[in-house]
Design a binder for this molecule. Structure first.
Ligand code: SAM
Length: 177
């Protein structure tokens, strides 16, 4: 299963950190790519440095507009999962989404265009209260992968954490493999 994420819109400046965190969660929770409009060009560098240190090949791709990427991914056989508090309950729908298809997950910033609700194969609510795209994305990715994303190896890492009960244990390599 390939999982990709598209971030729709960003409130200028105010959302910089949130957008970075959406990208970090995408990477850490097993997605391969995030598509976003280029509001903050530094985000590519930030995620590139994270890959360099902590491994993997997560990519940030800048897009002009959300619609062509959603249409293209649909043509390529991806299912479109739009996170929205108005959507179907995650508890009711997670079994349908889980493990079957390649997924493009759509997260918003401010009000998303009505058309996205129609283009989506699944509109999914992580509860029906407003909260955050970061938490909604993390919970969806965890429900879909049932924790298996944390078993994934991030290849080529210069640093690898060895989980320990107390303290910090980090294996260090000088270069990526
Ligand atoms: N009032 C906005 C709306 O109508 O969509 C909420 C925007 S919220 C700050 C930003 C994004 O977080 C939403 O577009 C959605 O992707 C996600 N989100 C927030 N709460 C959610 C929930 N309960 N379930 C699923 N996604 C949610």
């Amino acid at each position: 299963m390939v999982i990709e994420v598209v971030r729709i819109g960003q409130r200028l400046v105010r959302d910089d950190r949130v957008t970075t965190h959406v990208a970090l969660v995408s990477r850490a929770f097993g997605a391969e790519t995030i598509f976003m409009t280029e509001v903050n060009p530094e985000i590519k560098d930030t995620l590139g440095k994270i890959n360099e240190t902590w491994g993997g090949n997560f990519t940030v791709e800048f897009i002009e507009n959300w619609k062509p990427i959603i249409k293209k991914k649909k043509e390529d056989g991806f299912k479109i999962v739009h996170l929205s508090m108005y959507g179907e309950k995650i508890n009711d729908i997670q079994d349908k989404i889980r493990g079957r298809e390649n997924l493009l997950i759509v997260v918003g910033a401010e009000k998303v265009p009505r058309e996205i609700y129609e283009l989506a194969d699944y509109n999914v609510g992580i509860g029906s209260q407003p909260h955050s795209e970061i938490s909604a994305l993390a919970i969806l990715l965890d429900r879909i992968q049932e924790g298996q994303q944390f078993e994934k190896e991030f290849l080529g890492a210069k640093r690898k954490i060895i989980p320990t009960k107390t303290g910090k244990n980090v294996q260090v390599k000088e270069t990526r493999d």
